[in-house]
Design a protein around this ligand. Structure first.
Ligand code: ARG
Length: 256
């Protein structure tokens, strides 16, 4: 149940932050992104989306955002979500803001594994490129990039500027050593340093974990899902394994 709590999106994270005060001894450290990252440049990850419930997402077609199932409450018509795109600064006057029309939560999602969802936008965003999703396991290795507007430290606040970091792949075996049966190895892929320090955190959920493919193009291999705290030694970040769900995602997106 403690681990289930780690899945709460930013709205929940605000509450968690309020009740779990962090020591201030690290306050002099430079603001770390994601946790342990740096500021993304404008246009560096043009398909990155911020969703108004406090999650990240990726533009996988001009009109469909891929996010996490735990960021949404079900499937059906939904005009309550605003997607902000095209900017690293969420307060920029050039931000593209589009409302949702529909949400599709992964079929069979009950809180363990299958952590993906689609959001249909009211109008296509044709001025931005889309992020390709991995449909084979070929890229489920190496070093990944993560990005988001979530907390820069465990218990910390949401960020105005997009932050990024790199994290190495962690095998199912070593991820299972950390998380036991909470991990669904067929549905999830882990990343992080054994010594911790760099990770996604609350409010990054739903955002992409990505790398370069053999043609040098960005490809999405993961969706920020959960972890024990953030950036703790011995506890990698857990991401939805996109290749497992690629065909379901692509066909669902086409019919949304
Ligand atoms: N579940 C969190 C969210 O809703 C993301 C947690 C990621 N945690 C981690 N240690 N990688 O924003």
């Amino acid at each position: 149940m403690v681990r289930a709590l780690q899945k709460l999106a930013a709205a929940g994270a605000v509450v968690l932050a309020a009740v779990s005060l962090q020591p201030t001894t690290t306050a002099s450290a430079a603001p770390a992104p994601v946790v342990g990252g740096t500021r993304a440049a404008q246009g560096e990850f043009p398909w990155m989306v911020r969703l108004s419930m406090g999650c990240g997402g990726s533009l996988i077609t001009p009109q469909v955002v891929l996010t996490a199932a735990h960021c949404v409450s079900g499937s059906g018509a939904n005009t309550s979500i605003t997607a902000t795109a095209g900017v690293v600064d969420l307060q920029s006057s050039s931000a593209i803001k589009v409302r949702s029309t529909k949400v599709l939560q992964a079929p069979g999602y009950t809180g363990q594994g299958k952590d993906w969802a689609l959001i249909k936008l009211a109008s296509p965003i044709t001025s931005l490129p889309n992020l390709k999703i991995a449909d084979t396991t070929a890229y489920n290795n190496g070093t990944f990039t993560v990005a988001g507007w979530g907390a820069a430290r465990e218990g910390g606040g949401q960020q105005r500027y997009l932050l990024k970091a790199n994290v190495p792949f962690v095998s199912d075996a070593s991820c299972q050593a950390a998380y036991g049966s909470d991990l669904v190895p067929s549905d999830e892929i882990c990343a992080g340093y054994s010594q911790g320090g760099v990770d996604t955190c609350q409010g990054d959920s739903g955002g992409p974990m990505f790398r370069k493919d053999n043609n040098g193009a960005w490809i999405q291999v993961g969706i920020v899902s959960w972890g024990e705290g953030c950036a703790r030694p011995g506890f990698p970040g857990v991401y939805t394994e996109v290749s497992t769900f690629a065909s379901a995602i692509t066909s669902a997106a086409a019919t949304l």
